[in-house]
Write a protein that binds this ligand. Structure first.
Ligand code: KIV
Length: 260
């Protein structure tokens, strides 16, 4: 099982694999097959049909993190800190402490670069492991007016470099780089000593993360360029539920072998 320090030490040695999970059942299927499981606030969109992640609460994240930890007994689990729960050091410390006190998660994830480095520092200096998250940050979607690919201008590249450095210096053990031009993500990765986990940021990062329901094709209408479907999940489930309904209606289920 990976630990915070083994993840840190894997930089430039092996690619780090992270996937999201939101419940014990799927976490148990992913357990030991990936390096880290992220209980992402993306659950607000993928499993709660909300337009963005902003209404996820601490209570919701704690509930799902407990479930994931129950299923993933041998995988490092990271709990995403939801929007509005780490706006100052004291609030961040109070809420992140709840993650350690009430769940078995090993770390929390914080969105933000240079402007949030003091928050990361407040947590890491109080023995809470932090995964950073820079680049396209979904919790900034309303302020930014949409999900915008980062690293397209010299000014933005400079800011991303500053963000990565600040997050590293604040003591994060690794960081997600989301929605950043591949060449820029690669340069950031080379310029810092902690691992980078990319999503929509090309192959030059130290690892990759995907939202599991995206990766396994559960959203027919949603397939951004950076997502690969490793399974046609929606079709498999729909076909299965149609078969079940047909068999119940035709009384071919339950058959003799399903009957006491
Ligand atoms: O919430 C989430 O699932 C995330 C990943 C996409 C990195 O932040």
């Amino acid at each position: 099982m990976q630990t915070i320090s083994s993840i840190k030490n894997s930089k430039s040695k092996t690619q780090i694999v992270m996937i999201t999970a939101y419940d014990a059942l799927f976490a148990s299927l992913f357990d030991t097959k990936v390096d880290m499981i992220l209980v992402g606030d993306s659950l607000n969109m993928s499993f709660n049909a909300k337009a963005d992640t902003l209404s996820a609460t601490m209570e919701i994240m704690l509930y799902h993190t407990k479930a994931v930890c129950a299923g993933a007994k041998d995988t490092l689990v990271v709990c995403d800190m939801p929007f509005g729960t780490y706006t100052d050091e004291n609030m961040a410390l109070k809420n992140a402490s709840k993650v350690y006190q009430e769940t078995n998660a090993h770390a929390v994830k914080i969105e933000g670069g240079q402007e949030r480095a003091h928050i990361i520092k407040a947590l890491t200096s109080n023995s809470i492991a932090v995964m950073g998250h820079i680049g396209l940050m979904p919790q900034f979607v309303r302020q930014e007016g949409g999900y915008k690919i980062r690293g397209k201008s010299e000014e933005d590249i400079k800011q991303l470099m500053l963000d990565a450095k600040a997050v590293e210096e604040a003591g994060a053990f690794c960081m997600v780089i989301e929605g950043v031009k591949a060449e820029v993500a690669k340069e950031i990765t080379k310029s810092i000593s902690i691992p980078t986990i990319g999503i929509g940021s090309g192959v030059g990062t130290d690892g990759q993360v995907l939202v599991w329901s995206d990766a396994f094709g559960f959203f027919k209408e949603f397939k951004p360029k950076f997502v690969k479907h490793y399974l046609n999940g929606a079709k498999i489930v729909e076909d299965a539920v149609i078969s079940y309904a047909d068999e119940v209606r035709s009384k071919t289920f339950p058959a003799k072998e399903h009957t006491y």
